[in-house]
Design a protein around this ligand. Structure first.
Ligand code: AMP
Ligand code: ZN
Length: 497
């Protein structure tokens, strides 16, 4: 077990001791969502995973600047780098909306989900469309360094030239440029590129493209990979500590990010690259393009063919903590039900612990066992944020606590000091590090009931008057307050999630 924080660096494919660039401070960048449709639970898995990493770094006393972007331009259909339609632009065209309306709508939805799952807000949440100037500037630097070329108003990154000078295209993903070069892809505009591995960093907009900006090369828009290079450099500097994202972003997105940063600034952007693994549903990657998705709302309401019942936000969060961020996680009804049970057992264990007191006296062997487990929890987390192993240690503690409470073990086997130390550990890890909330605390339920009756009456009035704005606003606020409203045959009911 690790006494100091070690993390698995995708760049070196090794576990390394974590040393920040500036002692006590950490710069962390995580690729955010592309806001063209509702976030699904797979996306949430990645963001909850990095939330726990962020929380653990804060818990260890680091001052962290956490930047997580919102992709609102440049991400093309099929993750293509040119020749395909922009995802947000397409949605806007199909629904006859402003692209910014599409982006705002799904950004709001994403924030609501993040709130429900109790993830901490990043310190900066930059949008790609708000950083066109910085992206143009970076493209110019890459051109000036001779690593990009202009073709018919678009700008392409010259991968073989970059590889010839740096010998490192493929350094993160382990792909070989020689192999990539022979892979041909049947994309429109492919012929425009000098080499199939080259990727667009500026794309000339055709007539139908709704989002467009002036640039030295054409009226167009930036390539998807560029925004993260430009925004991480702007807010965290040319070189920062941690860069994260889902494992599916390693190639081409992160590989190209490294190439752009080295191409523009002459150095790698991040010292440590962290990648979380995929959420699967019944064995297949959860993915928007495959239609194999479930949204958090479906879990909260239980309205899905894959589920037998609804699950609360904290059961969902617990389900994610139960697996290591670098392992795949398969979403099944059984796994969720097990997580719900585990969450309750942990919370009840904590409550029992807060009530346990020990007479002053000599400690027995249980005291030493408990101390070992208490020290073991952060040690497991220091081992590349091993949440399942840390949780397993906490459940061992719960077993001891329950035995002490049931008097199956004599309470004078453990000192008061150890109990309070264990209680503090539980408090810190359950609430601060794992970010779980107590869903069983409904002492104010009676008052809430009365307030809810009033709110639901107002909502019913608004709907009767076809005042959808007010009705939606009420629902949105209730969702934020973790209250789920169900409209059934017998009328409207609500539950606390
Ligand atoms: P996107 O909105 O497609 O740009 O994805 C946002 C984030 O969610 C990225 O970091 C992806 O790697 C991540 N992601 C997408 N699908 C999954 C999945 N099934 N499991 C875990 N993370 C995912
Ligand atoms: Zn990114």
């Amino acid at each position: 077990m690790a006494k100091e924080l070690q993390l698995f660096n995708s760049l070196t494919r090794e576990k390394e001791v974590f040393t920040p660039i500036t002692e006590g401070y950490i710069g962390m960048y995580v690729c955010g969502p592309t806001v063209y449709s509702d976030v699904h639970l797979g996306n949430c898995r990645t963001f909850v995973g990095f939330d726990i990493i962020y929380r653990y770094l804060l818990h260890n006393g680091y001052k962290v600047r956490y930047v997580r972007n919102v992709t609102d331009v440049g991400h093309l259909e099929g993750d293509a780098d040119s020749g395909a339609e922009d995802k947000i632009s397409k949605k806007a065209r199909l629904e006859q909306l402003e692209p910014m309306e599409v982006a705002q709508h799904y950004t709001n939805g994403f924030h609501e989900m993040m709130n429900l799952l109790n993830t901490k807000k990043p310190n900066i949440e930059p949008r790609a469309t708000g950083h066109i100037y910085e992206q143009i500037e970076m493209i110019q630097q890459i051109i000036d360094n001779g690593l990009a070329y202009v073709k018919n108003g678009s700008v392409y990154f010259d991968t073989p030239k970059y590889h010839a000078s740096q010998k490192e295209y493929g350094i993160l993903s382990g792909r070989k440029i020689e192999d990539l070069l022979v892979e041909t892809r049947d994309l429109k505009n492919q012929s425009e590129k000098n080499n199939p591995t080259d990727f667009a960093i500026w794309i000339k907009a055709d007539e139908s493209h709704l989002m467009r900006w002036d640039s030295p090369w054409s009226v167009g828009f930036p390539g998807w990979h560029l925004e993260c290079s430009a925004m991480s450099t702007k807010y965290l500097g040319k070189r920062f500590d941690i860069h994260g994202g889902g494992g599916d972003l390693k190639f081409p997105h992160h590989e190209n990010e490294i190439a752009q940063n080295v191409g523009a600034c002459g150095c790698h952007p991040a010292n440590y690259w962290l990648h979380s693994n995929m959420l699967l549903m019944n064995g297949r990657k959860m993915s928007k393009s495959d239609g194999n998705t479930i949204t958090p709302i479906q879990l909260l309401t239980g309205e899905s063919e894959h589920l037998s019942k609804s699950y609360s936000p904290m059961s969902i969060r617990f389900f994610m903590i139960k697996s290591h961020y670098r392992s795949t996680l398969d979403l099944t009804d059984e796994a969720l039900a097990a997580a719900e049970k585990g969450y309750k057992r942990l919370m009840e264990g904590y409550k029992t612990l807060t009530k346990l007191t020990s007479p002053k006296g000599k400690a027995g062997s249980i005291d030493a066992d408990l101390l070992k487990l208490v020290n073991g929890v952060p040690e497991e987390m220091n081992d590349d944020f091993n949440t399942p192993k840390a949780l397993a240690k906490m459940f061992e503690i719960v077993t001891i606590v329950n035995s002490l409470a049931d008097k199956k073990m004599p309470i004078n086997e453990v000192t008061e000091e150890r109990l309070r130390q264990t209680e503090k550990l539980f408090h810190d890890f359950i609430f601060d590090v794992f970010g779980l909330q107590d869903e069983t605390d409904n002492s104010a339920h009676g008052t809430l009931d009365k307030v809810m009756n009033l709110v639901l009456e107002m909502r019913a009035d608004a709907r009767a008057n076809k005042d959808w704005g007010t009705a939606d606003k009420i629902r949105e606020h209730l969702t934020n307050a973790k209250i789920v409203v169900k409209d059934g045959k017998e009328g409207t009911s609500w539950t606390l999630n």
